[in-house]
Design a protein around this ligand. Structure first.
Ligand code: UDP
Ligand code: MG
Length: 178
């Protein structure tokens, strides 16, 4: 079976991590893939590391990476991509902001041959007006500066093929914006 790595960067997520992990188990346990969870503890000061260390899922294989301090989400994600063994990887936020039900859809597109499948937010109504405004400014500025178009309202939630994971592994920039 093909192996899919779910990469979860974690900073002080004691309140949400177990709920998120059970939601993932419920959604993915029935799919015909081997799932690997790559849990990257990014210097949490709460019980996150203890909770993930004690977590024994039936459906998944678990790899824990414990960073020596808080390096920020991008660095945590990069460490997770470096250590993930899957044929494809999907970054997933610990706060369950992205619907687990989209994961089978990302996988279906990958099976069609796409090497990157982006999930795009169609509704930001749960964000504050200030967050929505700054997000708009962000995308218009970055697209003004960047030669490569940056799709709006696309976060970290996506699927990347092994080829893409390896290409990212070649880029050792330390101020990454995924
Ligand atoms: N996160 C992390 N290191 C940080 C900040 C956040 O690993 O320094 C993790 C966090 O635990 C979550 C993900 O990155 O799983 C996204 O964080 P958050 O929801 O705060 O950011 P946003 O959704 O606004 O991008
Ligand atoms: Mg979030």
């Amino acid at each position: 079976m093909k192996k899919i790595s779910l990469i979860i960067p974690l900073y002080n997520e004691q309140e949400s991590i177990l709920t998120t992990l059970s939601a993932l188990e419920a959604e993915l346990g029935v799919l015909p893939y081997d799932f690997q969870l790559v849990l990257v503890n990014d210097g949490s000061r709460d019980a996150t590391l203890a909770l993930i260390s004690g977590y024994r899922p039936r459906a998944f294989d678990v790899k824990i990476i414990d960073l020596s301090r808080n390096f920020g989400k991008e660095a945590a994600l990069s460490a997770g991509i470096d250590e993930a063994d899957g044929d494809a990887a999907i970054p997933f936020d610990a706060d369950l902001q992205d619907p687990t039900a989209l994961i089978p859809k990302l996988l279906a597109k990958w099976e069609e041959g796409y090497e990157v499948v982006l999930a795009k937010r169609i509704d930001r109504s749960t964000d504050t007006p200030l967050k929505r405004l700054t997000a708009r400014w962000f995308y218009s500025s970055i697209n003004h500066l960047s030669d490569v178009p940056i799709p709006e309202n696309v976060g970290d939630f996506r699927l990347m093929d092994r080829k893409v994971m390896e290409a990212l592994g070649q880029l050792r920039e330390n101020r990454r914006f995924m």
